[in-house]
Design a protein around this ligand. Structure first.
Ligand code: C2O
Ligand code: CU
Length: 524
């Protein structure tokens, strides 16, 4: 990566193949020691600290044999000078087989940059929202009250639920009203999230704090074997890189991003980690982390400061076939992943921030030091976590989805600018249709393609067959400038002739600028 990362200079740094080389987590990752770390504008001390360590350690990690235990390493973990906040777990009330959750979208204040109060929003609190646990096979009912003073929706990102319950733009509800979707949880174990999805206001509402995690549990052998005690050995990590001015005003659109003197704070579970490393004491040897990139646009790559490996167990849409050692996990906006660490020594986790939009954050942040205080010896991980039958796409119907740019801040899908339900492209399909889509990025900008309703498998990434963790299930995936991905999916279970699912770029600015289309699944 040779392009500048000076935030003040970059109207079009995504161009010219700057993102042409993809580096998702995977087994053969040893060549990427400089990935995403170059750059000027190093106004954060963590950057320099992190950089020196990573270069050395990444070399040491090359060819490391499979071992869950941290090997002795000369790079000490960063001392923690803060405490990891674990979002509350939202208690539901269960009766007649339905678990009811109550959420209120409300405004508040929070310190997005340290020492400065920002106007924010959250669910049941002033920033972010509580974590919900859903169980496969159960029915949930959510009573969600809008106290934002503006229309909103709540979308359950990644959930396989009826279109009418999906929280897309057609489900917008106004201030002072309550929306009460109910549905059965058909998803297997995975990490989802919830956030607003009204047309034109998604970026504004999400960056102010409206986002929360959903943990879906199931009774699979993998779930039984993996850590699952919330806040103890099963830890949510919501990473965000925002944009604010020095008064703490959070920006979300072009006008805001063109303000001079912007800063790009990085948050972990709502706490600024620009110059703070949060601490977590692990009382079990094995800890599971669920990481969500809830940034509007920037890419977050998670790695260890000592260059050691993360044992990745899940992508967006559930378990991998087997636990996979990776040296980093690259998450585009909206994406999630899960990994476990078996620790005997403290380890510092870093987020490498790569600008996703016209401007954004950059640099390496030591966001969390995990210090073990445990004496247990966990069982080996199961050799198989999941069975993923690869789609044979020979007879799948083919479609092309083109991600396009009409003009500077007007985006389109298949040529239609999706800023209103009437103007957006509508993909029509039928129940149980099996399709293979080529998502073609005709712009030089970075996009994060997200499909509602059903998970997809990657068939090709920029013309190449996926390997490693890219063989898992996804709902959100990077499409680099000028690049393309080919994905396969099957539209099971739900139809509606009024309510639609959405497919769009998960760079929230792009989605508000029209990179959004509708998907209608009909009975026949
Ligand atoms: Cu996370 Cu269509 O959204
Ligand atoms: Cu985009």
């Amino acid at each position: 990566m040779t392009y500048t990362t000076d935030p003040a200079s970059g109207e079009d740094r995504q161009g010219k193949g700057a993102h042409a080389r993809r580096d998702r987590g995977g087994k053969a990752e040893h060549t990427k020691t400089t990935k995403g770390r170059g750059g000027k504008g190093l106004h954060r001390r963590k950057f320099l600290g992190g950089m020196a360590g990573v270069g050395l350690a990444a070399v040491g990690a090359a060819g490391a044999t499979f071992s869950l235990l941290t090997e002795g390493n000369s790079n000490k973990a960063a001392a923690a000078d803060g405490t990891l906040t674990i979002p509350d777990l939202l208690e539901g009330t269960t009766s007649d087989g339905t678990t009811t959750f109550t959420l209120e979208a409300q405004t508040g204040t929070s310190e997005v940059i340290s020492g400065v109060s920002s106007t924010t929003a959250g669910y049941n609190q002033s920033y972010l929202g509580p974590t919900m646990k859903w169980t496969n096979g159960d029915t949930v009912l959510l009573n969600i009250t809008n106290s934002l003073g503006d229309d909103t929706t709540v979308h359950f990102h990644g959930a396989h639920i009826p279109p009418k319950m999906d929280g897309g733009p057609q489900n917008a509800f106004s201030d002072g009203t309550t929306w009460s979707p109910t549905f059965e949880i058909k998803d297997e174990a995975k990490t989802l999230w919830y956030h607003p999805h009204a047309l034109g206001t998604t970026a504004e509402q999400v960056v102010h704090g409206l986002a929360g995690m959903i943990i879906v549990e199931d009774d699979s052998d993998a779930s039984a074997a993996l850590p699952s005690e919330y806040g103890v050995d099963d830890i949510p990590i919501i990473l965000q890189c925002l944009a604010t001015d020095t008064s703490g005003d959070i920006k979300y659109d072009l006008t805001g991003y063109l303000t001079t003197g912007l800063t790009y704070p990085v948050l972990c579970n709502g706490t600024n980690v620009d110059s703070t490393t949060l601490g977590f004491t692990a009382t079990k040897t094995r800890t599971r982390f669920r990481v969500l990139n809830a940034s509007p646009a920037d890419i977050m790559t998670v790695q260890r400061s000592d260059g050691g490996t993360l044992t990745q167990i899940a992508t967006d849409q559930g378990y991998l076939t087997e636990a996979t050692e990776v040296t980093s996990i690259r998450l585009v906006a909206g994406a999630r992943a899960e990994f476990v660490l078996d620790l005997s020594d403290a380890v510092t986790l870093q987020a490498v921030v790569t600008t996703g939009w016209i401007r954004g954050g950059s640099g390496t942040y030591d966001f969390l030091t995990v210090t073990p205080d445990a004496s247990d010896t966990p069982d080996d991980l199961p050799s198989t976590l999941n069975t993923i039958t690869r789609y044979d796409t020979t007879d799948f119907a083919a479609r092309t989805i083109t991600l396009g740019q009409s003009s500077g801040t007007t985006m389109n899908i298949n040529g239609s600018v999706g800023t209103s339900m009437d103007s957006m492209a509508t993909i029509m399909t039928t129940l149980d249709a099996e399709e293979v889509w080529t998502i073609s990025n005709t712009t030089q900008l970075e996009h994060s393609f997200h499909l509602h309703d059903v998970p997809f498998q990657l068939i090709e990434i920029n013309g190449e067959e996926p390997t490693g963790v890219d063989l898992g299930w996804f709902d959100t995936f990077e499409v680099v400038g000028g690049g393309s991905i080919k994905i396969a999916m099957k539209f099971t279970d739900f139809t509606d002739d009024t309510y639609m699912y959405m497919l769009h770029c998960h760079l929230l600015q792009h989605e508000d600028e029209g990179m959004m289309a509708a998907l209608m699944v009909m009975d026949s």
